[in-house]
Design a protein around this ligand. Structure first.
Ligand SMILES: Nc1ncnc2c1ncn2[C@@H]1O[C@H](COP(=O)(O)OP(=O)(O)OP(=O)(O)O)[C@@H](O)[C@H]1O
Ligand SMILES: [Mg+2]
Length: 558
């Protein structure tokens, strides 16, 4: 696999080390190419503290400051204006060194330094899923395919190209060693309280935890196997990179943080209180139950929205299955509103009537569409073309897996891992179901399993599909009906109040009282309502037995 190949190249990969020892004012000259040049800064030397911002790049190729491969753009580094951290030994060293050399700060002393000397300072990885690196990888792939077209050309030329290729890979792919800094305290123990184990998977165990600081619940995934030197490291990083790039979507499990501890990767994610879809399917199965059609449509639509988001981000999941779809019955305190979708089109389900929100999780197999590094997921859900290493339409492999996932929820028997049955399913033969599906839904599922990926609908098409939108329209109608009832009630109330006000206005006036005298049992404020010919003052109205009340007009029961 290319990921393991990457690991071997990591020693040469980009390493950017931060030295927070001297910075402060911005200097316009710090954007020069020289600032990104390869340097080595010995800590002991006082002069080392007087450098302009530097990035150590163990790479032969020059890098333009306008196109840094770090996930943090160079301009952002400049804006950060990181200042002396009083607690870092480096900053103390720098300060003492400076006091010997000069009291007047030199130009570069006022800048953020990026140096490379201490092993203890973690490097900055290159996230392969940032738009920048995806684009670069795409260009790299194109160049590679051009190269293979020219394979017959002279050997000298080829060896030169091969050299460039390995450089390219080391340039774009994450460095291995600095990814997992071992010198960390137990952040897990100091920040979280473990409440119990909620799942064990192929790669690790997941715990339900409360964060001590914010009191919110999180799912903490801890990889089972040690990271150092294993392919798990790359898989774990893949998951972290994908989460970080995907950001926040109501149908993707939210990511908060990740770190390494005791040579194990730990990922802090949103906690989904309904467990996985597999848990629910199994529970229903035990009771002789399965998802009914409206639930199936709801499931299909919500997961399609999550997939649409992932696919439009230039990524594919490649491990869609019931155990990787998570359920939230209520918005978690740490995730905000359930439906704060980033797309107008996907604003459903801000509050699905079913009360269930499905979220795609476990991003351990995610890869980019343009330069895929495919780690095949569960063979039961694998599309035929992926098995044959045809990666030209990878998003459609997710659609295939989603089709099978929905069929399992509909009560299909366990899926085969291989053999004739496996192939049979990949020829668009639906498994037998314990319920009769409406032809529209059945046809849609059939299309999702089509052997030709081009025939399968895209996630975006599924989100707009009339079969699924019908569900959405039904929910909208129910919501509108509720709002209409509220409005009817309000109108009835207002009509009654109007009638009472009219009655009060036409009722015989009480005999005039001597000035300043208040009739017994009537508050003085009420008497003022009648000061202008027994009519209420504007802005006040009479309710029931002449009780003054301020007016408020809410809208639609909100
Ligand atoms: N965010 C979460 N909220 C609630 N439960 C979770 C969450 N993440 C994981 N789990 C539980 O932990 C199980 C394993 O999680 P996950 O799929 O992330 O790990 P995995 O090791 O990749 O598993 P597998 O190899 O089976 O896919 C899930 O099936 C689920 O029961
Ligand atoms: Mg999983």
């Amino acid at each position: 696999m290319r990921w393991s190949k990457m690991a071997g190249l990591n020693e040469k990969a980009i390493q950017q080390h931060l030295n927070f020892s001297s910075c402060g004012e911005e200097d316009s000259s710090d954007s020069s190419v020289e600032d990104w040049a390869l340097i080595s800064v010995p800590l002991r030397s006082p002069s080392s503290t007087c450098r302009t911002p530097r990035v150590q790049r163990h790479h032969a190729r020059g890098v333009s400051p306008s196109a840094p491969t770090s996930p943090i753009p160079y301009s952002a580094w400049r804006k950060l204006r990181l200042c002396d951290s009083p607690s870092t030994p480096k900053s103390l060293l720098s300060k003492s060194a400076l006091s010997y050399s000069s009291t007047k700060p030199c130009r570069s002393q006022r800048l953020l330094c990026l140096s490379s000397t201490s092993d203890r300072v973690p490097g900055v990885n290159v996230n392969p899923f940032t738009p920048d690196t995806v684009r670069r990888n795409g260009e790299h792939c194109k160049r590679k395919s051009r190269r293979s077209d020219c394979d017959d050309e002279d050997d000298g030329h080829r060896s030169k190209e091969a050299h460039t290729s390995s450089e390219d890979e080391s340039y774009f792919l994450p460095s291995k060693r600095p990814a997992v800094p071992a010198l960390m305290l137990s952040r897990f123990e100091s920040e979280f309280l473990e409440l119990g184990r909620i799942g064990v998977g192929e790669f690790g165990a997941v715990y339900r935890c409360v964060k001590r600081l914010d009191g919110c619940m999180y799912a903490i995934k801890r990889l089972r196997r040690p990271l150092a030197g294993s392919s798990n490291e790359q898989l774990a990083l893949k998951e972290v990179y994908a989460h970080a790039v995907l950001g926040h979507h109501p149908h993707v499990v939210r990511y908060y943080s990740a770190w390494a501890e005791d040579d194990h990767m730990i990922i802090q994610n949103e906690y989904c209180d309904g467990g996985s879809l597999l848990d629910v399917i199994t529970e229903k199965e035990e009771q002789g139950e399965f998802f009914r059609e409206p639930e199936l449509r709801d499931l299909l639509l919500q997961v399609s929205m999550g997939l649409k988001y992932i696919h439009t981000s230039g990524l594919v999941h490649l491990d869609i299955k019931p155990s990787n779809i998570f359920i939230c019955y209520r918005p978690s305190c740490s995730t905000g509103a359930v439906g704060d979708s980033e797309e107008e089109d996907d604003s459903y389900p801000s509050s699905p009537s079913s009360g269930v929100v499905y979220k795609i999780g476990d991003l351990g197999h995610v890869t980019s569409v343009s330069s895929p590094q495919v780690e095949e997921g569960d063979s039961r859900f694998l599309a035929g073309e992926v098995l044959h290493e045809d990666y030209t339409q990878l998003p459609k492999a997710d659609i295939f897996a989603l089709g099978l996932t929905v069929l399992l929820a509909a009560g299909a028997p366990p899926l085969p891992q291989n053999g004739d049955e496996w192939h049979h399913l990949r020829q668009a033969h639906l498994p037998s179901l314990p319920q009769e599906l409406m032809p529209h839904l059945r046809n849609l599922l059939q299309m999702m399993l089509d052997p030709d990926p081009a025939v399968r609908p895209s996630a975006s098409a599924l989100c707009k599909h009339p079969v699924l939108r019908r569900e959405r329209a039904g929910k909208l109608a129910a919501q509108l009906r509720r709002e209409l009832n509220v409005e009817k009630f309000r109108t009835a109330m207002l009509e009654r109040e109007l009638q009472e006000a009219r009655l009060a206005a036409t009722s015989p006036q009480p005999p005039p009282l001597p000035s300043g005298q208040i009739p017994s049992g009537q508050p003085s404020s009420t008497s003022s309502n009648f000061s202008a010919g027994s009519l209420p003052k504007p802005g006040r109205r009479l309710v029931g037995r002449s009780v003054a009340r301020s007016m408020s007009f809410g809208c639609l029961g909100r």
